[in-house]
Design a protein around this ligand. Structure first.
Ligand code: AMP
Length: 421
């Protein structure tokens, strides 16, 4: 029979991988809670139209990376390739604006994009992110950027750089796009084929091109969008920078940072890992004041970011931020035979109810094998239950840290273990 394997570009997360994910998830929850953001969970598939409208038809995501299929009713559905559009859809569908003028939301979930898999690029990957919906103020942009950086700081990550830019309001972009087209027209033939297709569709995407020839042309001839901001756009950007400065958050202004998605306005930002390879973008975000209206909701300003979990874990591994496996369970309980299990299982239950983690052998192994296993699992304590223990209702609790043994009545076990936690 043909061996069944996971799909190319998808990965199982196993053993020590789980410990890494849980460590990161714990910090995420802590930081989101400290900023008073609320979690939101949306379905993994949506109507294809949501992403076509919400992400932009000229984006790589929509034009070539989506997992789209028809269900039995003939409806076109898509596995979510990003989460902002889904969150915006939920905001509109549930009339969030009716119970508060601003919503601060966070998410963590699996996304699907049919890209060429490589280190740091998968077909199923995970992003965490936030969306602040309802505030047009630069203070919201600054808070979102500060939150993104707090997560890396809390995790101890050092090798990353924050890039920020403003791509102005829709009018500014329209004006700038015309100027850019005129300036680059004489060099069009020297641009790569992809840039030539993007020239008419979404010329700002030229800044995303990795081709050195194209990058050189842009560097030499493209005007900076920052020189073409309206006075309101410029004021907004200055205020964002001012707030980052007072919060002592270092950044680089990068006028070439335009981001590939159509719905961004004004602030854009990206955090790049400096110890990662080609796929070095850890986090990307910005303001998207037009998205909610484009999806049929009320005109509502919003700002957010999305960050990759797998790349964060790769960056943390590169900096040696995952220590050796933590200690295992509080107690490894070793019953001598099936009769002893009649006593061991209720004891284990009482201890678990008291918040103590207990591992009970379920293989009927020999004492020697059980104690070897307790060692391998890094149990903090072990206790054997046999005929004598059952008769006296006492057992010997052995600490694996310092090899001490204390004899205790069954009913004192919970207190003793709690004390040692
Ligand atoms: P994007 O939604 O494309 O702006 O991506 C935001 C973040 O998600 C990136 O900075 C990466 O950390 C992560 N990311 C995007 N695409 C992938 C992928 N195919 N595999 C792994 N991580 C990804």
């Amino acid at each position: 029979m043909q061996e069944l394997k996971s799909i190319k570009g998808t990965h199982d997360i196993l053993n020590s991988g789980i410990a890494k994910w849980q460590k990161v998830e714990k910090v995420l929850q802590k930081v989101f809670a400290s900023f008073c953001y609320q979690e939101i969970r949306t379905p993994v598939f949506e109507n294809t139209a949501l992403f076509a409208r919400g992400v932009g038809e000229f984006s790589d995501i929509v034009s070539k990376e989506m997992y789209t299929f028809s269900d039995k009713g003939g409806e076109s559905l898509t596995l979510r390739p990003e989460l902002t559009a889904s969150v915006a859809r939920a905001y509109i569908q549930h009339h969030f604006w009716q119970d508060a003028p601003v919503h601060k939301l966070w998410y963590l979930g699996a996304l699907f994009r049919q890209e060429r898999p490589q280190a740091g690029r998968q077909r199923q990957f995970h992003q965490y992110g936030v969306e602040v919906i309802g505030s047009a103020l630069p203070e919201a942009d600054a808070e979102v950027i500060a939150l993104a950086c707090s997560i890396y700081r809390e995790l101890g990550l050092r090798n990353y750089v924050l890039h920020i830019n403003s791509i102005g309001s829709t009018d500014t972009r329209k004006r700038y796009t015309e100027i850019l087209k005129k300036t680059l027209e004489p060099h069009k033939n020297s641009l790569c084929e992809t840039c030539n297709t993007r020239f008419e569709g979404n010329i700002l995407r030229l800044f995303d091109c990795k081709n050195p020839g194209c990058a050189e042309i842009l560097k030499n001839y493209a005007p900076s969008i920052l020189d073409h901001l309206s006075s309101e756009d410029a004021e907004h950007f200055t205020r964002v920078r001012e707030l980052l400065d007072v919060m002592a958050i270092p950044y680089e202004v990068n006028p070439a940072l335009v981001r590939g998605l159509d719905y961004y306005t004004r602030t854009t930002f990206e955090i790049k890992g400096t110890a990662l390879g080609a796929q070095d973008a850890l986090c990307g975000g910005g303001r998207y004041d037009k998205l909610l209206m484009e999806l049929g909701g009320p005109e509502t300003p919003a700002v957010g970011f999305a960050a990759g979990m797998e790349r964060l874990i790769l960056a943390m591994e590169a900096e040696g931020l995952f220590t050796e496996e933590e200690a295992g369970m509080d107690l490894y309980l070793a019953p001598m035979d099936s009769h002893a299990l009649n006593t061991a299982m209720p004891i284990a239950q009482t201890l678990r109810d008291a918040g103590i983690s207990v591992y009970v052998d379920l293989l009927g192994r020999s004492l020697k094998a059980m104690l070897r296993e307790a060692n391998r699992k890094k149990a903090k304590h072990t206790a054997v239950i046999g005929d004598d223990e059952i008769k006296n209702r006492r057992l010997q609790l052995k600490s694996m840290f310092n090899n001490t043994v204390s004899e205790l009545p069954f009913e004192d076990l919970a207190d003793a273990l709690k004390h040692k936690k």
